[in-house]
Design a protein around this ligand. Structure first.
Ligand SMILES: O=C(O)CCC(=O)C(=O)O
Ligand SMILES: [Fe+2]
Length: 348
């Protein structure tokens, strides 16, 4: 495809003329709400259009999203599965069957050829750097590598947490070989650390973390919490979600945790850190952002940074976010309804 990937009109023309790759790219932009308003029904019909051309990637993504054949069940996708409370303090929930084993394999396949040594924040500069306490490897998805499966997965994660998808950081796949670890750490950012303060001011706190376990054929490698001595092992396709902030606001210091080293085999997880909203720098009129944001997001190959910002919705989330993760805290207090009234927000 030699069409400008940020040229929505050009992509639409090519898609309607039978270019499956253009239709598939358009499906991603429709699902993300980048360069145009978010529209699930168009995203799915562009996927169908791409699959109908015989585009192998589109056909494969459709089988992952609708394994029984037929149409993708959007309501099912955007409805969080039941959960169990693993720990009240820290607030940790376990969700079984978050995605299918086939989808886990797909995420591993996307990440495997793109892995690099995982990094941590440099406490002074705030830039990434290699550190001995994080010896595993990682891949963070960018706009180019984000497919419709990941777009829908990110929306499912956001709705499970009760946080806006625009606040999700780039999704990362982590791989741990034998002896590799993400040693004891917290996911929340510390305003007292200069390298984290400006990021915190721009994007808000990492309210919640969700880990999706992509395989289970290894030994050791548990996710461990210092407080209470919790050691969590999950089945492939299960997720673990916890709040890094307290319901009344402020960070939860009891969330100190680690990815312990596998003693046999390799461990794969998808790690999703969640903020209350996109960076303040991008706030403005939604329409202007929608156009210029896409070009900038593509050039930076990032996403989540410039998606369609809705000042009313996202400011409310940010305010709410300061007092913790809605779904995790509600889940702990009032298991199992994740949304007010027990129903997810509308899929539209
Ligand atoms: O791999 C794990 O079990 C932990 C990962 C983790 O702590 C993180 O991604 O923040
Ligand atoms: Fe962590």
């Amino acid at each position: 495809m030699d069409i400008d990937p940020t040229d929505i009109a050009g992509l639409s023309r090519a898609a309607d003329a039978g270019d499956g790759a253009a239709a598939l790219r358009l499906a991603v932009l429709c699902g993300l709400g980048l360069g145009r308003p978010q529209d699930w029904s168009e995203a799915l019909s562009r996927l169908d259009q791409a699959a109908a051309t015989g585009d192998r990637d589109a056909v494969f993504q459709k089988t992952l999203l609708a394994p029984a054949g037929g149409a993708v069940d959007l309501t099912a996708w955007l409805t969080p599965p039941p959960w169990t409370v693993v720990s009240e303090r820290p607030h940790v929930l376990s969700l079984s069957g978050f995605v299918s084993p086939a989808l886990c394999d797909h995420l591993i396949d996307l990440a495997r050829p793109r892995l690099a040594r995982a990094q941590v924040y440099d406490p002074t500069t705030g830039r990434g750097r290699v550190a001995s306490h994080r010896s595993n490897s990682a891949f963070a998805f960018n706009l180019e590598t984000t497919d419709l499966v990941l777009v829908l997965l990110r929306e499912r994660i956001a709705r499970t947490a009760g946080l806006p998808v625009t606040g999700l950081e780039p999704s990362q796949v982590l791989r741990y070989g034998v002896g590799e670890t993400f040693d004891w750490h917290v996911d929340w950012l510390d305003p007292a650390i200069p390298g984290q303060a400006s990021d915190l001011a721009a994007r808000g706190q990492r309210i919640a973390t969700l880990l999706l376990y992509l395989n289970d054929d290894f030994e050791g490698g548990e996710t461990a919490f210092e407080s209470g001595g919790l050691r969590h092992r999950a089945r492939r396709g299960d997720a673990l979600m916890w709040a890094n902030t307290l319901p009344q606001g402020g960070v939860d210091r009891s969330t100190r945790h680690a990815g312990l080293p596998p003693t046999r085999g390799e461990k794969w997880v998808l790690s999703q850190w969640m903020r209350p909203a996109p960076p303040r720098a991008t706030e403005g009129s939604g329409a202007v952002l929608a156009k210029s944001g896409l070009k900038r997001a593509w050039e930076g190959l990032s996403h989540g940074l410039d998606s369609n910002f809705d000042p009313k919705r996202d400011t409310a989330h940010r305010a709410r976010g300061l007092a913790g993760c809605p779904a995790v805290h509600r889940g702990v207090a009032d298991h199992p309804a994740p949304f007010p009234g027990g129903r997810p927000p509308s899929a539209g």
